[in-house]
Structure formats: structure tokens, C-alpha cells
Design a protein around this ligand. Structure first.
Ligand SMILES: [Zn+2]
Length: 280
């Protein structure tokens, strides 16, 4: 079974009456079956994203092979996306190994440099049928352990969106409109008016990062306003670790390892199902 790029997966999602695609961070290989079960139960295609750190930890090949195998066995169309990466060599490695979508994050660079580097990635990715996500603006919180200072958070400006999409021909664009990476204790304050101004400027699919901190009500609103990909990462991590902490504290060392993991995977499956239903 082939992996689908974002544009292909989006077409399948639309056929199945989903307005947006959730892109869910895989934090460890053990949680992967839970992702697929949730997609199967909701008749949704599945977009899985992974950080460069986790990709290096697990091995790029193992991830590609595992996702292809489950996609075929369960008959769930899947896309494998490399999340936030600013190293072009790592991006090329992911593409060469079989990832079907990548994100080049040049949001920390001046606009011209961000455009130039995103174009380099696109020139490598598009002939290989791989979609590319770019980013404009600075999203708060932390990404792969690196914290963004409060003073560095910057909302995406509509003027830059125009220049960026015209200059790159990017497949999807991550924007900063108030969400925060890693937020799970409080809900974030979304700039709906800014989102509406940006959606009127471009047909390029827009991406919302930090989906964990978005209330269900805001999630429905942003999807109705035109957000087409929503990244959800922290919530699965929190549920998984929280459940494993509990089962490990209660269990014995000679209990089968899987007994510690089953409640964690069940919780992750519920997170995905609940989010996916908001996109219908
Ligand atoms: Zn992100």
C-alpha cells in the first residue's frame, strides 16, 4: 500500500465528508495501532506526523514500513509527514526513505530566506510526489523540547502570507494565530478575525499547530473558517504517559509489558476519535 501525500489524503477526506484533517504526532511506535484503530472506527484517512527527534530515535525505515503495513492490513489511507524540520538534509532523508509529506520550518528566518529555503525543499519534494508545508509567524510554546520565548511569539501577517504563497507554491501553510505548542492545561485564545483575513487571501490549505490547546468550540469555528490541517501532539503524549505512570505504579515487574500499555493506547485511541469527529 502506498502512502498518500497531503493533497491526495485531503481529497479522500473530502469524499468522506471531513472538512479538515487531523495530523497526529506519533511519540512512540507502541501507540501506532491505536492511531489506526481510531481512523478505522471513524472511517477517516489518517495523517501521522513525527518529529525529527522521534524519527531518528525509531529509525526512518521502521516508521515508513510500520505505517505502510498497518495501512494495508486495516485498509486505512495514510500519510506520513515530517513535522517541524529546519534541516534540509534531514528532510531529504525522510523523502528518500518514503515519507509522503514534509514540513520545512523557516519561520525563524527573514521572509526572503524562508521563501528561498522552502523553494529548495519543494524542488526536491514535488518531483517525488511529496507535499511540503511551510510556516509563517512564530507559534508559542515548545517544539521537540525547545521553548519559544514569550517575546518571540509573532502572529502571521496577511501581507507575508501573500508574498510567501506566491513566492513558493507551497502545498500547505502553518500560521500563527494564537495557538501554543504543548498547551494542555488551559485553552488558547484564537485570533478568529486574523484567520478570516488570511483565508480570504489564499486558496493554499492552512494549518493550525498546537491543536491540543484548542477548545472544541474553537476547533469547529477554525475548521469552518478554512483551516484544513490541525496538528495534535501533546494530548496523546499526556494521555499515554499518564496512563503508563498509573499502570506501572500498580503493576508487578513480571507482568507482561503489554498490560501496562493497553490502557495508554485505549486513551490515545479515544483522543484521536474525539478530535476526528470535530472535523466532520
Ligand atoms: Zn507545530
Amino acid at each position: 500500500m502506498k502512502l498518500y501525500n497531503f493533497t491526495e489524503l485531503r481529497a479522500i477526506a473530502k469524499e468522506r465528508k471531513f472538512q479538515a484533517i487531523g495530523s497526529f504526532n506519533l511519540h512512540c511506535l507502541e501507540m501506532l495501532p491505536a492511531f489506526f484503530k481510531a481512523a478505522k472506527e471513524t472511517n477517516s484517512p489518517l495523517m501521522i506526523q513525527i518529529s525529527t527527534g522521534t524519527a531518528q530515535f525509531l529509525g526512518y525505515e521502521l516508521i515508513v514500513d510500520s505505517i505502510k503495513s498497518l495501512s494495508k492490513t486495516l485498509d486505512v489511507p495514510a500519510c506520513l509527514h515530517l513535522d517541524h524540520c529546519s534541516n534540509i538534509d534531514d528532510i531529504k532523508k525522510a523523502i528518500d526513505t518514503g515519507f509522503s509529506s514534509v514540513m520545512y520550518d523557516g519561520s525563524h528566518l527573514p521572509l526572503e530566506e524562508n521563501i528561498a529555503n522552502t523553494k529548495i525543499v519543494i524542488e526536491y519534494a514535488h518531483p517525488r510526489n511529496v507535499t511540503v508545508e511551510g510556516e509563517l509567524g512564530a507559534i508559542g510554546g515548545s517544539e521537540d523540547g525547545k521553548a519559544v520565548a514569550e517575546s518571540d511569539i509573532a502572529f502571521t501577517t496577511p501581507e507575508e502570507v501573500q508574498a510567501f504563497v506566491d513566492g513558493t507554491n507551497v502545498d500547505m501553510l502553518a500560521i500563527s494565530i494564537g495557538t501554543v505548542h504543548g498547551s494542555y492545561t488551559a485553552k488558547t485564545n484564537i485570533q478568529h478575525e486574523l484567520l478570516n483575513r488570511i483565508t480570504q487571501l489564499t486558496k493554499t490549505p492552512l494549518v493550525l499547530h498546537g491543536g491540543t490547546g484548542v477548545s472544541d468550540e474553537d476547533m469547529r469555528l477554525v475548521v469552518a473558517s478554512g483551516i484544513e490541517k490541525v496538528n495534535v501532539g501533546t494530548e496523546m503524549n499526556v494521555q499515554w504517559v499518564g496512563n503508563v505512570q498509573k499502570t506501572c505504579a500498580e503493576g508487578k515487574v513480571d507482568d507482561s509489558v503489554r498490560k501496562f500499555l493497553i490502557p495508554a493506547n485505549n486513551a490515545v485511541q479515544e483522543v484521536l476519535k474525539q478530535k476526528i469527529q470535530l472535523f466532520q
